[in-house]
Structure formats: structure tokens, C-alpha cells
Write a protein that binds this ligand. Structure first.
Ligand SMILES: CC(C)(COP(=O)(O)OP(=O)(O)OC[C@H]1O[C@@H](n2cnc3c(N)ncnc32)[C@H](O)[C@@H]1OP(=O)(O)O)[C@@H](O)C(=O)NCCC(=O)NCCS
Length: 338
């Protein structure tokens, strides 16, 4: 029996560059309250959101992804031809097959790259980063383009009080490549399918499109529904523990942390996690939700880009990221910022 060769990769990986795309159309709370019984004050105080972006027709999942990816590759100094793997995290590419990652790879010029989509909702970026880190260290890949992208407005019922003000659109991308020193800590991740109903599409596509399945005899577009309060409690308490485990796994103490970028679900969840983690008061916190709402898989890279572009955070700083959402799913890591 012969012994097989196995691949061996770089000892470490790092995020080499990050880029984002934010849709042109700004939707403020004044517009939202024309759709739902609410107020600007309620939305600001309960969620932190003042405005969000909704994609126009031409701002497709592919278009937004490519725009974010080009920025990330430019900043990483990596040519499209060097990208050998493309992972797209999204729950709003509305074609069952093929994956949008293959089109994105081709159109960017990452020809022949391995390319696939993953569905891990608001934890999608952290799931994709965990995979990229592993692929690079095993030698399966050298430069991985990871993209978190959503057009949540396609699946949001703008007349639903529990979701209309929260969900938004955008794309964030990162190039992950080999590193001489550790820059992506161990992932702490998991799921809880017992709570799958808390954030879910109302119906499967076949049922939604079947006129006979509905009292009004018409097909219905299947929207997202969320039972916000239990999600809020789960995110505020259970996810703080997961974030603490990610810091422990990386050997980083709260006083060593410089930047904290949780999934942008609700400013009050961010505050609760910050308090539970006992982070120092000078830790820089991602607050992208204020102007961009909850963009699911795109929210963490977009928030990181905002902090880096504004100078609030710097390359090389130690940053805790944690994504959590529909599934329920979650994943967190400590990274060094690109
Ligand atoms: C959605 C969310 C902001 C609602 O905040 P909340 O504090 O949990 O609010 P509740 O659902 O308990 O409702 C509180 C009150 O506000 C009212 N309310 C609910 N939605 C409202 C709205 N859009 N505008 C005004 N009032 C609203 C409720 O009717 C309720 O009124 P009552 O006290 O008179 O019964 C919050 O639950 C949340 O952010 N959840 C998690 C979101 C999240 O993380 N999602 C995704 C992970 S991807």
C-alpha cells in the first residue's frame, strides 16, 4: 500500500486587505415610519439605527460583491489571478444554483479559483474566515477571497414592525493569505438548531409560490420573520460567553484587546457584550449599525472598513470579531487588523 502525499501550507494566515460596498440609496427612519407604526426615537433608542442603505436594482449581490472585492484586493496588493479560492457568505442570493461565487470569481479575473457559497447568516463572514484560515494552513489554498454580501431588502417585509427598520444591504470582502506570524486566532463556533424558528423565512419557496397554499389564492413572496426579544437575550448573554472563549482561545486578555467588532445587530447588544466581557473603556467599538443597519454577513467587514478608513482603528491592532444570527449560528475569532 502506498503512502499518499498530503498538502502542507503556510504556518499562519492573516487578513491582508478589507473592502466594502454600501448601496447608494440612504433610507432614514422618517421613511421607515411611513411603512410601520413606530417612531424615529423608538428605532434609535431600541436599536441605535438612524439610517440604512437599500440596494437599487443594479446593485445586485454580484455587483456589490465585486466592488467590495476589488477594494480588498487593491488594499491587499493581490492580483485577481493570485486568488485561488472564493467563498461567498450570503443568504440573499436567490438562485438555488449555481453559486454566485463562481460568477464573481470569473468576472473578477480569478479564473479557475475554487468557488462556492456558504449559508451561515450573520455569522457568515466569521465562518468564511475560519475556512480560509484552515485552507491556507493546510495548503489547500494560498489566497482566499471571502465575501459577506446581502440584499436583505429583497426578503424584508417593509410593513413588518419587527424587521423593517433593522435589515439592510451591502457587501464586505477580505483577502486572506499566508503570514509569517499569527494573525487569525482559533475560531469558536457552533449552532443551535432548536432555535431555528427565531429568525426564518415565513415559508419555503415551493409553498410560497403555490397559489393554492394561501387563502387569497395568490403566490406570496417568502419574507424573513424574527422573534426579536429571545434573539436579543441570546445574543446579549450567550454570545458574550462565546466571545470570551474566542479571546481565551487566542490567549488575549480583555486588557490586551484594542478593537471590538461584533455583528451589527443592535447597539444595545453590543453594549451588553462589551459590559459582560469587561473590556477596557478605551477599546474601539464597531458601531456601523447606526448608519448602515444590520447587513448580516456583510456587517463585520463593513464595520472594520469604517474604523480603518476613519482612523479610529489601525493596521496591526488586536480585534475581536463575533458573528451570530439565523440558524441559530455563531462564530468568533481574534484577528490582527490588516
Ligand atoms: C427587534 C428589537 C430591536 C426589539 O426590541 P425589544 O426591546 O426586544 O422590543 P420588544 O419586542 O420586547 O417590544 C417592546 C415594545 O416595543 C413595541 N415595538 C415593537 N416593535 C416596535 C417598533 N418597530 N416600533 C415601535 N414599537 C415597537 C412592542 O409592541 C412592545 O410594546 P409593549 O411594551 O407596549 O408591549 C430587539 O429585540 C432586537 O434587536 N433583537 C435582536 C435583533 C437581532 O439581533 N437580529 C438578528 C441577529 S441577525
Amino acid at each position: 500500500m502506498s503512502t499518499l502525499n498530503i498538502s502542507r501550507g503556510a504556518q499562519f494566515s492573516k487578513i491582508m486587505g478589507i473592502g466594502g460596498y454600501r448601496p447608494r440609496r440612504v433610507v432614514d427612519n422618517a421613511e421607515i415610519i411611513t411603512y410601520i407604526d413606530s417612531s424615529d426615537e423608538w428605532i434609535r433608542t431600541r436599536s441605535g439605527i438612524t439610517e440604512r442603505r437599500w440596494a437599487s436594482e443594479d446593485e445586485t449581490v454580484s455587483m456589490m460583491s465585486q466592488a467590495a472585492a476589488r477594494k480588498a484586493m487593491d488594499r491587499a496588493g493581490v492580483e485577481p489571478g493570485q486568488i485561488d479560492t472564493v467563498i461567498v457568505a450570503t443568504v440573499t442570493h436567490l438562485h438555488q444554483t449555481p453559486a454566485i461565487a463562481t460568477t464573481i470569481a470569473s468576472e473578477l479575473g480569478a479564473r479557475n479559483a475554487a468557488a462556492f457559497d456558504i449559508s451561515a447568516a450573520c455569522a457568515g463572514f466569521c465562518y468564511a474566515l475560519a475556512m480560509a484560515d484552515s485552507f491556507i494552513r493546510t495548503g489547500a489554498s494560498k489566497h482566499v477571497l471571502i465575501i459577506g454580501v446581502e440584499r436583505l431588502s429583497d426578503l424584508t417585509d417593509k410593513h413588518d414592525r419587527s424587521t423593517a427598520f433593522i435589515f439592510a444591504d451591502g457587501a464586505g470582502a477580505a483577502v486572506v493569505g499566508p503570514s509569517d506570524t499569527p494573525a487569525v486566532g482559533p475560531v469558536v463556533w457552533g449552532s443551535d438548531g432548536d432555535q431555528a424558528d427565531l429568525i426564518a423565512q415565513t415559508e419555503s419557496w415551493p409553498t410560497a409560490m403555490d397559489p393554492d397554499a394561501h387563502e387569497d389564492g395568490k403566490p406570496h413572496w417568502p419574507m424573513l420573520r424574527m422573534n426579536g426579544n429571545p434573539v436579543f437575550k441570546w445574543a446579549s448573554f450567550t454570545m458574550a460567553k462565546t466571545a470570551a472563549e474566542a479571546m481565551d482561545a487566542a490567549g488575549v486578555k480583555p486588557e490586551d484587546l484594542e478593537v471590538f467588532v461584533p455583528h451589527q445587530a443592535n447597539n444595545r447588544i453590543t453594549d451588553a457584550m462589551f459590559k459582560a466581557l469587561k473590556l477596557p473603556s478605551d477599546v474601539v467599538i464597531g458601531r456601523d449599525i447606526i448608519h448602515h443597519g444590520n447587513t448580516s454577513a456583510a456587517s463585520i467587514p463593513l464595520a472594520i472598513e469604517t474604523l480603518l478608513e476613519s482612523g479610529q482603528a489601525r493596521s496591526g491592532q488586536t480585534c475581536l470579531i463575533i458573528g451570530f444570527g439565523a440558524g441559530l449560528v455563531y462564530a468568533g475569532q481574534v484577528i490582527l487588523l490588516p
